[in-house]
Design a binder for this molecule. Structure first.
Ligand SMILES: Nc1ncnc2c1ncn2[C@@H]1O[C@H](COP(=O)(O)OP(=O)(O)OP(=O)(O)O)[C@@H](O)[C@H]1O
Ligand SMILES: Nc1ccn([C@H]2C[C@H](O)[C@@H](COP(=O)(O)O)O2)c(=O)n1
Length: 241
């Protein structure tokens, strides 16, 4: 694996089930980067709101909560761990209650402002660079990233992937409480809700769209990894890559 002499930032956005987390985590491993799952941060705040009995529509109280809550998220691609105010919530934030409330929590400007700031700080602190994934990383959090990718897949492929994930997890995955046919509604409804506050359907200027509908996971990882390795080579020896 190459050891980059300069830091490289990578931004990946896309709809639910497009493969952002799986692809970004694996690319981070292979390229020696930190990995930031920004959706997990929104989920962590939603978990804290439910813990405190806060209405997910209550913008003012959520604004105070997000500024006070301590969210510790692992950026080691080999360690999936989220801790909120000292409580490990790695599995709890994938549960049905958080999944049902997270789009509403993420819709509040005060929540977004605080988490975006923390996300950027985390990216900038990563020693070799960072790959961050979510819905607004290519456009708002890191529009200056060396590599910016909008990872898409058609709705049928995304619903099928999510259904398989639920099946393989034996019901432990986020949509585990849903009947198979309802996975489709869950995925597509969340996209519709999330689209109201973030733009992840069309690639912004300078953002490369990668349609993974007909690619397997390894092919998708390779496509993003090629871009990242090229950016690392360019950062190490500008003009030679
Ligand atoms: N190109 C691909 N081909 C087949 N399966 C894939 C591909 N990319 C991802 N998957 C699988 O699809 C499932 C969903 O992927 P993942 O959780 O990474 O999506 P996501 O975009 O991060 O979703 P969300 O935003 O809802 O968290 C996983 O089981 C993953 O292994
Ligand atoms: N940058 C981001 C990341 C996530 N969200 C919202 C949208 C999702 O419904 C929720 C959970 O994300 P997931 O775990 O499904 O990737 O968080 C956002 O608004 N902006």
């Amino acid at each position: 694996m190459p050891v980059p002499s300069r830091r490289v930032l990578v931004a990946v956005d896309g709809p639910s089930g497009s493969g952002k987390s799986s692809v970004s985590r694996e690319v981070a491993r292979r390229a020696g980067l930190s990995y930031l799952d920004t959706g997990a941060m929104y989920r962590a705040v939603c978990w804290a709101a439910l813990r405190d009995g806060i209405d997910v529509e209550d913008a003012e109280t959520l604004g105070a909560l997000v500024r006070a809550v301590h969210v510790d998220i692992s950026t080691d691609p080999d360690v999936e761990r989220v801790v909120v105010d000292g409580v490990e919530v790695t599995t709890a934030i994938r549960g049905a209650a958080v999944t049902a409330g997270v789009s509403a929590v993420a819709s509040h400007p005060a929540v977004r402002a605080e988490l975006r700031s923390r996300q950027r700080t985390t990216m900038d602190a990563a020693p070799t660079g960072c790959i961050a994934e979510g819905r607004d990383i290519t456009t708002v959090v890191a529009p200056d990233a060396h590599v910016r990718v909008l990872l898409t897949a058609d709705p049928a492929a995304r619903v099928d992937r999510r259904a398989r994930q639920v099946e393989q997890s034996g019901g432990a995955a986020e949509a585990g409480s849903l009947a198979a046919g309802d996975v489709s509604t869950a995925v597509l409804d969340r996209d519709a809700a999330d689209s109201r506050v973030t733009s992840f359907v069309t690639a912004a200027d300078g953002v490369l769209e990668l349609d993974s509908s007909h690619l397997d996971l390894e092919q998708t990882v390779q496509a993003v990894l090629d871009l990242v390795l090229a950016a690392q080579a360019e950062a190490a020896a500008p003009g030679d890559a």
